[in-house]
Ligand binder design. Structure first.
Ligand SMILES: Nc1ncnc2c1ncn2[C@@H]1O[C@H](COP(=O)(O)OP(=O)(O)OP(=O)(O)O)[C@@H](O)[C@H]1O
Length: 230
């Protein structure tokens, strides 16, 4: 039996976060710990307002906790500078949100190439090749030059998934990625997200209110009042 602890793609320990001010100040996360292994898909579920999105923002280094630690691929990020956090985010984390935040006046291809441009590790031709490959993986190989506002909602969400995968991140964080889609597109996007993640060995952390999708994940974690209860 191995005694080596697995290296988690993502780990956090005893996270506390308050939001709001004065009388409106809320203790949103009250000592949350969580681990995500490569190649696994996790659903985070729980009632509205229990702190799911707040946790995902912290795990994605888009916000800072007041207490507790976060490790990305084994690297402690708690006292990292803004520059280090931006670099870690660009290299290791892909985001998919309910409202995809694509650049509407750009093509699907340009949107997928954007994170690669920001990271600046690939030549233009390589970026374009990879972006074409990803768009083809999500079934949009014929629509690479379409402006995103000329794509359907489901197609736009698939572009967002291709964009999240652009830098081959170790971690995908998805906040209600199927929230504004009909059942058919919702299943399509979920299948894509999990299949591509499995193929690429990523850890996927998915916040969802959809119990059927949650049940199809490898692990379901339930939150209540700022803590995991299951
Ligand atoms: N900027 C803010 N100021 C004050 N309170 C906030 C702020 N942002 C969020 N909150 C509160 O923090 C709590 C957790 O919010 P969060 O968005 O993380 O919940 P959630 O579980 O993702 O909810 P939902 O399922 O509805 O998206 C809620 O009570 C919310 O009202």
């Amino acid at each position: 039996m191995s005694t080596t602890a697995p290296e988690f793609a993502l780990r956090c320990s005893n996270i506390h976060r308050h939001l709001g001010q004065d009388e409106g100040r809320v203790h949103v996360l009250r000592g949350v710990s969580f681990e995500a292994q490569a190649g696994h898909v996790y659903a985070i579920v729980g009632p509205s307002g229990c702190g799911k999105s707040t946790l995902l923002y912290l795990l994605g280094l888009l916000d800072r906790q007041e207490e507790g630690d976060i490790w990305i691929k084994g690297q402690l990020m708690s006292n990292s500078s803004d520059l280090e956090r931006t670099a870690a985010r660009g290299a290791h984390i892909g985001f998919v949100f309910q409202f995809h935040f694509l650049m509407q006046e750009f093509t699907a291809l340009e949107n997928v190439m954007m994170p690669m441009r920001k990271l600046g590790r690939l030549a233009a031709a390589e970026m374009e090749d990879r972006a074409r490959g990803l768009l083809s993986d999500v079934g949009l190989g014929e629509k690479t030059h379409r402006l995103t506002n000329h794509l359907s909602g489901g197609e736009q969400q698939r572009v967002a998934i291709a964009r999240a995968l652009a830098n081959q991140p170790a971690i995908i964080l998805a906040d209600e990625p199927t929230g504004n889609l009909d059942v058919k597109n919702s299943n399509l996007v979920f299948d894509l997200l999990t299949r591509l993640a499995k193929d690429h060995g990523q850890a996927v952390v998915l916040v969802t209110h959809n119990p059927e999708l949650a049940a199809r994940c490898d692990t379901v974690r339930s939150m209540r009042d700022g803590l995991f209860v299951g």
